[in-house]
Design a protein. Sequence first.
Lengths: 224, 224
Amino acid sequence: MSLSTALISVDLVAFKLASNNRLQVLTHQLPETPLLQLPAGRIDSEQDQSLQDTAKRQLERFTKEPATYYEQVITIGDNHRDSRGWSLTVVYYALLQPCDEQMLSEDSRWIDIIDGKPAEPLAYDHSQLVMEALARMKNKIQYSALPIYLLPEAFTLSDIQNVFSIVLDKAPPMRSIRNRFINSDLLVNTGQKRHGSNRPATLYRANANSNNWLFDRLYLTTRA
Amino acid sequence: MSLSTALISVDLVAFKLASNNRLQVLTHQLPETPLLQLPAGRIDSEQDQSLQDTAKRQLERFTKEPATYYEQVITIGDNHRDSRGWSLTVVYYALLQPCDEQMLSEDSRWIDIIDGKPAEPLAYDHSQLVMEALARMKNKIQYSALPIYLLPEAFTLSDIQNVFSIVLDKAPPMRSIRNRFINSDLLVNTGQKRHGSNRPATLYRANANSNNWLFDRLYLTTRA
DNA sequence: TTAATAGTGTCTTTAAGACAGTATGTC
DNA sequence: GACATACTGTCTTAAAGACACTATTAA
């Protein structure tokens, strides 16, 4: 039987860095269901101009924080994910700046990523989707400006190194991070410093006009 | 209005190297339509276990040659591509080895890619889809074993260089190609040589057991 | 012997990485 | 001044790239 249509959903894997120095993923729990699940939903033909709009709406159901980055990961279609038959799932991931805010929904929670997967089991194949999104993100972080999207407005070079440590469990040397980011035009010195009980660190912000988003090498120290 | 479903199609951008030293894309023409178009179709819930199966079936409608490589490029969903409303298109590209065979369908043709786009206009947004698939492929060719998938069973190192020339309009120096491919375990020396009116070239084949599919740098000489 | 392409030797370049050293703040 | 972290200097390494050179075949 040839299908013009199938059940379509857009699933969102939203990542942020938490204050416990863990990467976290946004989940929620429906009443009467035992397991947490990812934000997901159908296309709304009136509100959504594109699939990314649909993904964005899923995020907005649970938080007011906007994402700094969206990327389509994969579209999975098969006849065994959903018992009702052929289903199609478009998976996006989103990156958020660190935030500590009221969730819009009582039942939503940010779950730690530990050892490359959510610390708690998720419903359906959602753990698998998180892992696929994470794999994509872990790769891209190594050759793009992506670390910046997980950081607040103003950040230090050490913060960038910290993103690598949290996401990949290992980080390139500061020398390499410095050379890469300072030699690119990605960063703008804010003139501000972050003070601690040590030498203050220069605070940078992302240069919105930069077009050197991609580098042509991976860091070797962060390879598996 | 919230949609459980929308019109879904899987569109396939099949590339091969032609004997005129051009990259070509597979198209076909329906009766009574003025323009060529890409192979595309609906999911068949009985035949297809996955979206890639659907893509594969689109290829098989027009040629017996199997593809050596499939990759999902993007899923586009919006309410203006199809006049009937919200539609969803999953785009794949496929790579074929060079071949010169009867097409299964009278109305199918391999069209040259010239200046980064099909030499003839395609229906709908199909030219755009070709360009997106091509962009993805042009990028990946620079850091992966992908050039091999466009070559016949046995090939020479110069053939690899030629793939770069055709696809990117420029190629890395032989020295670099040699170092990369010979130092990897991607190639197996067949012991055969290809003879011309010059020094014979060593013929290699792909090592199916290799897992060094990816390199950690792009060639700089092939950057835009 | 020559033309033509295959393949090597070797030096340069680029960016990452190692690592020691200096700088500048708080306490 | 002790400390902690920020930042720099400089040598090494890995792989690409430039380029001249040698190798091997057919004609």
